[in-house]
Design a binder for this molecule. Structure first.
Ligand SMILES: Nc1nc2c(ncn2[C@@H]2O[C@H](COP(=O)(O)OP(=O)(O)OP(=O)(O)O)[C@@H](O)[C@H]2O)c(=O)[nH]1
Length: 352
């Protein structure tokens, strides 16, 4: 069909020119890319591949406005505003855009354009068009797959962060539980004071330290006098409150290095490291006695209870915790025998 046009265009019938035109025509007819010539934004010429790509058979596009293959007037205007300056300056237009087939369906194109003579736009423009729908679809599928992957990674990261937070919380809970168990194993439930086991540990440590520095440790064994009648008269509950109040008073008297513990029942043991002398230990015991002898006001009852206190000293009375506790107990027993409410320093003669 294009052959006729070329025949018409050949004036003079020079064989060489005719041959050249036939060759160009063959290129256009067989190109796998769509090729068009436009002038004044109208189709002047389009090759079979272009007609096939856009669904316009034969010469139907020739003479029509090029806007007919754009999805909308706006899309056409947008492309024109980009293409105008590029083509006018002699550069090659290279763009990707959606175009419209005759049946209204859209497809993706790569469009290359160049003015035939940039200095004279009336000479028209040549456009080469490639259908890149498959590549675009593949790109979009890849993009969607990438987005999906990104979403899953984020989801998984969030899940892991939550699992991590749960794990941390569990570890924290377990640590707290362990701390609580350790605390309960080392403290007296009623008064919150260190229990016998913890006191013995601390006493061993104090002995070790004193041994290294040629120091002295005092052990004060305190037993409340006639505590049983308070229980009997006011009830066990008041007795408990009195034991708690006693513990609070003892705590107040002590230095940071000292340990006050509940040994059991109405018995308390004080471990006083860094003791200068036996006299200093006796004075400390007397201060304890004075503080405990003050009346207690518990649930409208004014209660008085005195302590009997026995003292032993490291290194004079024993080399380990159990010996020192035994000596302090013996001294306390002597305080009871001496009429209660007094302080006794251990003397080996007490054991005989
Ligand atoms: N309320 C209360 N009483 C307790 C607790 N533990 C032991 N007791 C009581 O404390 C009393 C201790 O009595 P003892 O030390 O033997 O005798 P006491 O009456 O203090 O007399 P002396 O020590 O000889 O002066 C007993 O009646 C125990 O039942 C406790 O946790 N709470």
């Amino acid at each position: 069909m294009y052959i006729d046009t070329i025949h018409d265009a050949i004036i003079g019938g020079e064989d060489e020119l005719r041959q050249q035109l036939l060759e160009y025509q063959a290129i256009l007819d067989n190109a796998s890319l769509g090729i068009i010539f436009t002038r004044d934004r109208r189709f002047r010429h389009c090759n079979p591949r272009f007609s096939e790509m856009y669904g316009w058979p034969g010469n139907e596009l020739i003479g029509q406005s090029t806007s007919i293959v754009y999805p909308s007037e706006q899309a056409f205007a947008a492309l024109s505003s980009i293409a105008g300056p590029i083509l006018g300056s002699g550069q090659r237009l290279d763009t990707e855009l959606q175009m419209k087939r005759r049946d209204g369906s859209l497809f993706w194109c790569r469009m290359l354009g160049r003015a035939i003579d940039p200095s004279d736009h009336r000479k028209g423009t040549i456009f080469i068009v490639e259908d890149i729908t498959e590549r675009k679809n593949a790109e979009q599928a890849l993009l969607r797959a990438h987005e999906e992957l990104e979403r899953r990674v984020q989801e998984r990261t969030a899940e892991l962060a939550m699992a991590n937070a749960r794990l941390h919380a569990e570890i924290q809970e377990r640590k707290l539980a362990e701390q609580q168990i350790r605390y309960l194993a080392q403290h007296d439930a009623l008064t919150g004071l260190p229990n016998r086991r913890l006191m013995e540990d601390r006493l061993e440590q104090a002995i070790e330290m004193a041994r290294r520095h040629q120091g002295r440790v005092a052990v004060l064994f305190i037993d409340l006098d006639r505590f049983k009648p308070i229980n009997d008269k006011h009830g066990h509950r008041v007795g408990d409150l009195l034991l708690q109040a006693t513990a609070a008073r003892l705590r107040k008297l002590l230095r940071a290095v000292d340990t006050v513990s509940r040994f059991g029942g109405d018995e308390f043991i004080l471990v006083l490291p860094e003791m200068q002398s036996a006299t200093a230990a006796v004075e400390a015991a007397q201060r304890v006695q004075g503080a405990l002898a003050q009346p207690y006001f518990i649930e409208d009852h004014a209660l008085s209870v005195t302590p009997s206190i026995g003292i032993s000293l490291f290194p004079e009375h024993g080399q380990d915790a159990s010996l020192l506790i035994g000596c302090a107990d013996t001294a306390m027993y002597h305080a009871k025998k001496a009429g209660r409410a007094n302080v006794q320093l251990f003397d080996p003669a007490m054991k005989t």
